[in-house]
Design a protein around this ligand. Sequence first.
Ligand code: GLN
Length: 304
Amino acid sequence: MDYQQLLESIYQEILPYAKEGHQADYIPELAKVNPDQFGMFIHTIYGETASVEQADTRFSIQSISKVFALAMCLSIKGDELWKRVGREPSGTAFNSLVQLEIEKGVPRNPFVNAGAIVMADILLSHLADPEADFLRFVRAVSGEESIDYNLNVAISEREYGYLNAAIANLLKYHGTIENDIESVLHFYFLMCSVEMSCRELSLAFLAFANHRRKFDYAGITLTASQVKRINAIMQTCGFYDEAGEFAYFVGLPGKSGVGGGIVAIHPLHYSVAVWSPRLNSKGNSVMGMKALELLTTETKESIF
Ligand code: GLN
């Protein structure tokens, strides 16, 4: 498979969508990003790579960080984790409050904001130095030491983070989080603010694509079954109320973020990351979704 040629032709095919959608502006710092950018990087488990456009430009990974948080929580808590958070798709928006109220403070899954806020709480309770430890893990799994938080993005999100604060308050009311609300929110926003490029993300997610390789990064270890189960949750919950659409059009486990990034894996084949800041109404990158749909159409391979 000539992935380089394929990615170049995919890029040409998605150009008509270049002005569709709007970048996230509820986080003021993200509204400053030039929306007219696109990058894509693919990494096969055999070490082949291909890329187009701004594959080396770093962007705010936002909710893609929830996969890293889940890997850490599963490594630390094992199946105990599932007492605090579910693993069923939500069918609701990533920041929805409704379900959380009805289900008495137990988030549907680790990838809706409520679930990720619970994971932030767990990491705060169990790690010696959560901020440094999270970064150490992300750096180890992507093999890139210069990856860092963007404090401005985290602070800007907290300033306007009324909805996430409401979620954290509801969780605290139901006793699902242990630490004080401000510390949990700060750490949650900080994890979301990590900046990575498509190249770095696709390399990091090879660890999930290739579950036969030992998963052991900066002290975070997972069994092959645990890695496969994280992939299952990416498949069913990675795109919130668009998880069905993503399975239908793309057919790969993946995770999106409101920074415009999407990472998807084809188990035992490849890991691919795309980025373009313009989002659809569900908060997923328009060009990113289209590019991944074309990838599995052109290669005639998805998990189905
Ligand atoms: N930090 C964002 C939020 O909490 C993450 C959302 C996302 O990327 N879907 O709203």
